[in-house]
Design a protein around this ligand. Structure first.
Ligand code: ADP
Ligand code: MG
Ligand code: ZN
Length: 499
């Protein structure tokens, strides 16, 4: 499908008011599924973590996962929501091959959490107060793979279904319509999702890996002429699974809808799909506001009735809110806005924080994680979290640098050995023979050799040009494969020049 006609972004913002609404699905990392004892495990052989309940076989009876309820309450509290003391599950009836029950067990008019709000800062310094309508519990569906063609159902030869994901606990967080973000709407959308992700990660209620679909966003966008009261018709771009895609998809929809409205045409209310590779959305299915899911209270499950004590106990266990934590850390570390943003944008706050708690300076910790380690991850096409390097390794390397046992180049080599799985820092240093040589015997021999080869340099140093020593240090370093203690070499050269 071809890209649609787009209006220039600034022109679109000039002409129309943007309204967005975000639905974020968070997969919980409980050990078991929402209503049965099957393992909640990513990446297993297809259809191995299934049972009569999550397959929806006749007569199977579900039981609510208490942990999932606690995690949902925690999410609700972190989003400043009220928690329902009495909430029922509901059946959302529809047919799809990834839903063998023919209904999704969800919550409808009695969500576990409602009426919250989240402060979301953006780069301009503005802080948006995003109103949360509700956060409700539900179960995930199975996963379809379309084989042949390009992986989509259109043009595929056949489709496979894996029910391992069916029944995985989800919390869906829905915002109220967000007004007045204008040109910042795309950035706000991704900043909001980022913040939800940080919150659920900090609470350890989700693995929060977007690339695995642990956190996914449906982005609703509509435009209306400035001054118009009535909301414009929205589109809902489904299952956007990276922060960059959220931003791009919202921006694209604004431009696409603006071009349609400016031409005097109408927006079709529908779901859309974002194609990150080609950077456009394509139409999904038409969607009316009153899709007839025939919601009704789930008769096989008792209502969820958390006690005040339980809710308060969960509240006391909430970790520091990520936004305040960021503000605190930036201050403690005395980093500039830019330096700090570097860490946050590369998603390395936890790593740097742990490294600093092991006694490494914030500057050095930042340098290793956002520099060399990020570079290697990038080179290998991996996430940093997939590399086998820990804050302890980085701290060990820094300790050896301070002790003069490693210089910068050797430290980087030691690190790459650790990442290559050659063992601990100490093991790599010893196996690869990386320690800096500061033993005078070896160094003096190398210095004498270099001086003999470059007598003119020796003359210059003797004539008072101490900076000429650099050439000799260079030769000694080369001779000793970069492992000489440069400071000691310099001292030795100057001593020789005096004699
Ligand atoms: P649905 O069942 O269609 O997904 P939800 O209530 O779950 O409906 O979510 C709809 C989302 O879209 C909410 O975040 C809501 O605030 C937002 N929304 C509703 N109307 C509009 C609109 N006209 N423009 C933009 N966003 C909207
Ligand atoms: Mg929805
Ligand atoms: Zn099961």
């Amino acid at each position: 499908m071809a890209k649609a006609e787009l209006m220039d972004f600034d022109e679109a913002i000039e002409k129309y008011e943007v309204v967005i609404g975000l639905e974020v699905h968070v997969e919980l990392n409980t050990n078991t599924k929402m209503f049965c004892g099957c393992a909640n495990e990513f990446g297993e052989q297809p259809n191995t973590n299934v049972c009569p309940v999550c397959l929806g076989l006749p007569g199977a009876l579900p039981v609510v996962n208490g942990k999932a309820v606690e995690y949902s309450i925690a999410i609700g509290l972190a989003l400043n929501c009220s928690i329902a003391g009495d909430g029922r599950f509901a059946r959302k009836n529809y047919f799809y091959p990834d839903l063998s029950k023919n209904f999704q067990t969800s919550q409808y008019d009695e969500p576990i959490a409602y009426e919250g709000q989240l402060e979301v800062p953006v780069a301009s310094g503005k802080v948006y107060n995003v109103a949360i309508e509700r956060a409700h519990m539900e179960e995930d569906a199975g996963k379809l793979s379309h084989v042949g063609g390009v992986g989509r159902i259109q043009g595929a030869e056949y489709s496979l279904v894996d029910f391992n994901r069916a029944g995985v606990p989800l919390v869906e967080i829905v915002t109220k319509p967000i007004f007045d973000s204008g040109a910042e709407a795309p950035e706000l959308a991704s900043a909001y999702v980022r913040q939800i992700r940080e919150i659920v990660k900090a609470m350890d209620v989700s693995d929060a890996r977007m690339e695995r679909g642990n956190v996914r966003c449906d982005a609703n966008v509509s435009l209306r002429p400035k001054g118009q009261q009535r909301l414009g018709t929205r589109t809902e771009t489904k299952n956007v699974n990276s922060l960059r895609s959220v931003e791009n998809a919202v921006r694209y929809e604004i431009q696409r809808q603006a071009a349609i409205l400016a031409a005097g045409d109408e927006i079709t209310q529908e779901t859309r799909h974002w194609h990150e590779d080609k950077k456009y959305t394509s139409a999904g299915r038409p969607k009316s506001d009153a899709d007839d899911y025939r919601y009704f209270p789930e008769p096989d499950l008792v209502p969820v009735q958390p006690t005040e004590e339980l809710i308060e106990e969960i509240r006391t266990r909430l970790p520091e809110n990520p936004a305040s934590r960021r503000a605190r850390l930036q201050q403690e570390w005395s980093l500039s806005d830019n330096e700090f943003r570097d860490i946050v944008n590369s998603d390395l706050l936890d790593e740097v924080d742990s490294t600093v708690s092991l006694g490494v300076s914030a500057q050095s910790a930042k340098k290793w994680w956002t520099g060399e380690i990020a570079r290697i991850a990038n080179l290998e096409g991996k996430e940093i979290t997939e590399l086998s390097v820990t804050p302890e390794d980085v701290a060990e390397i820094e300790k050896m640098i301070s002790a003069g046992k490693l210089n910068d180049r050797l430290a980087r080599e030691a690190l790459s050995g650790v990442i290559a799985g050659e063992g601990s820092v100490a093991e790599v240093v010893s196996a690869r023979g990386l320690e800096v040589v500061s033993d005078d015997g070896a160094l003096t021999a190398a210095v004498d050799k270099a001086l003999a080869e470059q007598p003119d340099v020796l003359e210059k140093i003797r004539a008072g040009k101490e900076q000429a020593a650099g050439a000799i240090i260079g030769s000694v370093m080369k001779e000793m494969r970069g492992q000489a203690d440069a400071g000691r070499v310099r001292e030795l050269i100057l001593e020789r020049a005096k004699s």
